[in-house]
Design a binder for this molecule. Structure first.
Ligand SMILES: Nc1ncnc2c1ncn2[C@@H]1O[C@H](COP(=O)(O)OP(=O)(O)O)[C@@H](O)[C@H]1O
Ligand SMILES: [Mg+2]
Length: 518
């Protein structure tokens, strides 16, 4: 619940007025007003590319603004470096952590500080860091090495670093993206205990439900401009915020029709595969997906999801186990053969695997059927047929692009994703493996992509949906498996978020049920 701000807490710690920041070809911040009060959690909300990180990078001394005024505690502030910012009490935790893996928590916290003899006196510093950790509920062992820590713990180290340096304002850039649900709750507790001690938080996010839950006030950015500056969160609804973010009404409910579940299409048995470094990434995964169902695969990023998708698509070698599609063993079949057997992959990396950036929309659309009639005729491609095929898809999927001759590298994320979906869906796949199909898309495009996936389910396809967005998984899936360190922890068919969350942290379903924790 958002906490009430009491009347005497109106002190402005940070005041950014008319702040602009340009990059070549783009105005990332266009006369932005942003005022942070002492003791509040202020959410900075906006879609990808709206300018949130840029604005806070300006405040935290990473970028110089091109205009406007910034005051911190009433004094003009235009920091030339993060060091200057932190000296003025402004600390930022970035999306990518900047820790030294081989060193301990304490060493990382002290790194870069003028405390030259700390190595001789580590235990004294351990104690000091433990005290700060205790004060804000940041559970982490000061003597542990960074590489031994979970991502959530590493984030706590980053926060500790800032608190140790005396941060009064903590900027968190999309901090929940790398966390499991229970870790998000922990983080929120920490943030609340910080505001209770009069510190101020900027919480950057594009997730509406989190902003509703944790923030006192919210500032919304849309394409570099503020659409709402510092409104009280309790005075707005999720739909209001979505409209401010996107600029139009957004429907949240996905409509899921009743679909008869048919034969098993995909059956994965005891699959093993390595990652690019040759380390085990998938360790004995078994799962099934049937006609007419969407099966979700939940998990914190980097637990083997991508490797699993790649083995299914024939892009990664299976070391043990088998992949059966429609009763045929397709284990380690070449990619071309996968296409013939109706397996379709919507990859996570649209630019590298999903499309050929320098080729036209048409060429990208015919990638799967350029050698089939009527497009492929003997050794040649019939360009009239290819163009009319691409035009039809462009229309049907409402892809916004000047012409079908345009290179796809010029397309926005949402339109690029539609090109891939159009191509994959029109190949009428029996099995579709979709990895993060809506990542990085704006709310409007997400709606469109989700509808396309549901339509495939209604058409009888078997769909494996791999996503780090729990909301999306729960609203689209009929069943959900949870993967952790390359193993399936269990599956639920009722979208039980507590159980899913515990499995994402490595608990096996049978243990959760035995102990009756959930
Ligand atoms: N260092 C940079 N160089 C050039 N363009 C940038 C840079 N950083 C951000 N941008 C552009 O500025 C805009 C805002 O980006 P960003 O602040 O990262 O948005 P958000 O954090 O809201 O996703 C985007 O169009 C992005 O491509
Ligand atoms: Mg950002």
């Amino acid at each position: 619940m958002a906490k009430e701000i009491s009347g005497n807490e109106q002190l402005n710690v940070v005041s950014m007025l008319g702040v602009s920041k340009r990059f070549p070809g783009v105005i990332a911040n266009d006369h932005v007003d942003f005022v942070l009060r002492q003791g509040e959690v202020h959410a900075l909300l906006g879609e990808n590319g709206a300018g949130k990180s840029t604005l806070m990078n300006v405040l935290a001394g990473l970028y110089r603004s091109d205009g406007g005024t910034i005051e911190v505690n009433g004094k003009a502030a235009n920091f030339g470096s993060p060091r200057e910012a932190i000296e003025a009490g402004i600390g930022m935790v970035h999306q990518h952590f900047m820790l030294v893996p081989s060193q301990s928590v304490t060493e990382n916290v002290l790194l870069g500080l003028d405390e030259p003899r700390f190595r001789m006196n580590l235990s004294r510093y351990n104690k000091k860091i433990e005290e700060i950790a205790e004060q804000y509920g940041l559970h982490v062992d000061p003597a542990a090495k960074i590489w031994q820590l979970t991502v959530g713990e590493q984030q706590r180290v980053e926060i500790l670093k800032m608190l140790y340096r005396g941060a009064e304002v903590l900027i968190m850039d999309e901090p929940t993206a790398v966390l499991a649900p229970s870790e998000i709750e922990e983080l929120f507790k920490t943030l609340r205990s910080m505001t209770a001690q009069d510190k101020s938080i900027v919480f950057i996010s594009h997730k509406l439900h989190e902003v509703m839950e944790i923030s006192d006030r919210v500032t919304v950015l849309q394409k570099g401009k503020v659409t709402s500056s510092g409104i009280q969160t309790k005075d707005v609804t999720r739909a209001d915020l979505a409209r401010l973010m996107v600029g139009r009404e957004v429907v949240f409910r996905v409509e899921k029709k009743l679909v008869e579940i048919g034969d098993t299409v995909l059956s994965v048995k005891n699959l093993k595969a390595d990652n690019d470094k040759g380390l085990s990434a998938i360790n004995g995964v078994s799962l099934t997906v049937s006609q007419g169902e969407i099966v979700g695969l939940a998990g914190v990023a980097g637990n083997g999801q991508n490797e699993l998708a790649e083995t299914l698509a024939g892009l990664r070698e299976v070391l043990d186990g088998e992949i059966i599609v429609n009763d045929k063993d397709v284990t380690n079949n070449p990619v071309k053969k996968g296409i013939r057997q109706g397996i379709s992959l919507i990859p996570a990396d649209r630019t590298l695997v999903g499309t050929a950036p320098n080729l036209s929309v048409t060429d990208n659309m015919i990638m799967k059927n350029y050698d089939q009639e009527p497009i492929g005729q003997g050794w040649i491609v019939n360009s009239t047929e290819a163009n009319s095929y691409a035009s039809d898809l462009k229309e049907a999927y409402e892809i916004m692009v000047p012409t079908i001759e345009t290179s796809v590298r010029l397309l926005s994320g949402g339109n690029l994703q539609k090109v891939i979906l159009a191509r994959e869906i029109s190949s009428e796949p029996k099995l579709m493996v979709a990895v993060q199909p809506t990542r990085g898309l704006d709310v409007g495009a997400i709606e469109g992509v989700q509808k396309l996936i549901l339509a495939q389910r209604e058409a009888g396809a078997a769909i494996l949906l791999i996503s780090e967005e729990l909301d999306e998984l729960i609203s689209l899936s009929d069943r959900i498996y949870v993967i952790y360190e390359g193993e399936i922890m269990g599956q639920v068919d009722d979208g039980d978020i507590d159980k899913i969350g515990q499995m994402m942290m490595g608990a096996r379903l049978e243990h959760i049920e035995k102990e009756g924790v959930a």
